[in-house]
Design a protein around this ligand. Sequence first.
Ligand SMILES: Cc1ncc(COP(=O)(O)OP(=O)(O)O)c(N)n1
Ligand SMILES: Cc1nc(C(=O)O)sc1CCOP(=O)(O)O
Length: 529
Amino acid sequence: MRFDIDLRLYLVTGRELLPPGKSYEESLEEAIKGGVTVVQVREKKCDTGEFLDIAQRSKAICDRHNIPLIINDRVDVALAVGAHGVHLGQTDMPFAVARKLLPPNVIIGISVNTVEEALKACEDGADYLGIGAVYATSTKDLTKPILGPRGAARILTALESKSIKTVVIGGIKRTNVLRTLHGIRSSGPSLRGLDGVAVVSDIVASTTPFDASKQLYNLTSAALTSFSARSAPTPFSTEALLQRAVAAFALIRKHGPLVHQITNTVVQNQSANATLALGASPIMSANPREVEDLSKFPGALLVNIGTLAEEDTAGMIAAGFHANQHGKPVILDPVGVGATAHRRQTCDKLLNVWQATCIKGNPGEIGALYGSDEVLARGVDSVGAGFADPASIVKNLARREKCVVVMTGPTDWISDGFSVLRIDNGHPLLPNITGSGCMVGSAIACGCAAVSASAEQARDKDVEDGQLVRGDILAGIVAGLLAITIASEVAGGRADVKGTGTFLPALIDELANITPEIIAQKAKLNVLS
Ligand SMILES: Cc1ncc(COP(=O)(O)OP(=O)(O)O)c(N)n1
Ligand SMILES: Cc1nc(C(=O)O)sc1CCOP(=O)(O)O
């Protein structure tokens, strides 16, 4: 029977990173007191005698606090100090040899960077996997590709049927740990997530390792507890969702939340006017120097890659990162992502840094993100008849990206990865004005901003709940979609609207005129599953 270790906060040591004046023992003990649940001694530069000495001193501290100790690379050192386990990389002693040398109760963890390595380690009988590197790190010279949360999630998806424990490593910090845990989950039915995170510099390089590990532990523990308490959401009826969406719409007017929009130069003005008409407050800025401050206001962030200027990308990356950190919903509008390799690479980069709350696109854009060529894009537009099975496309992409996916068109298809819904509101003039899709993105962002601001106002900030965003996000998204599509119907039906030129100002007027009652009355919403 092997040790059953709690992997929630796995400290990997790094003596060379200690801040001046902090001893190794002091730092380790403070980190353990803060919440570290397992310690790995990692020494890459010392000889065997020094390694043994450090391992013995670490073991004494860990024993005092009843925390298991793992030794990096060296089976002999692990045996000599009576460690609870050994961590082996792909080029270290082969698993089978280490297994033979170690007592049966000593655990073996294996580093993996690919699905193949993960499956092989499971077959061999490893006790846990260290998946990495998730992000760039200066703690180690990486020789394998950086996985990003989505690459790590692909490994977890391949482990659907396995019971092996997993942690991730590489660049994990207090600022990104929630986003990491939320993003790295299997796309399969089990939705399995990680068992913990392994951290070096965010704890070891800190002058206050107690605080660092306490925060990391609280965030990780709360997130993992919230995942284990959660199964597939309870199914809901069309009527119930409509009620939620109507309530969410009313919150836009009640809170007037800030909607930070990094959007393209073609539509800035009309997106800002649509946001104001709905009752929210737009701010249009891609400047990396101010996105952190903006992320502190309740509301939402919209990232629209429509005119993708080089200088805007840094702002998009930083804005999403800080929005995740402050619990703000992030809406990605991947305009024209199918049109160029640069747009595809940019979306990949964005989605590997931050976790989107909602991805909204036309069929060409959603197909390009999904990796399907069933519907092709011409520039920013979709071409062809659409997907044969749009419900499966939105549901599968939502599961993969851990967010709500909205695919717009005469019918809007929406999924959170569990339910699929459709909305059949809209007017034929809507797609004929430039930037109508971008305004839909702004309306969705307004709905998300409202439910999030309302939930943030109500929550007890002293209790860590492990959530990345709060509020009834699906209802907020549906509220935004219904508001703009219904407003387009009313505007398009007006006698003074003669074509696209008169339609746009009428649409802005009708966005301002729309009420919860009009939404409840005119919604063509259907929950399909
Ligand atoms: C928990 C955890 N995961 C991965 C590693 C990396 O181990 P390895 O591949 O052996 O590389 P080095 O740490 O030896 O540089 C780890 N140490 N811990
Ligand atoms: C020891 C180690 N192994 C990695 C891997 O990818 O296998 S990354 C890494 C260093 C992690 O340090 P930090 O938390 O400071 O980024």
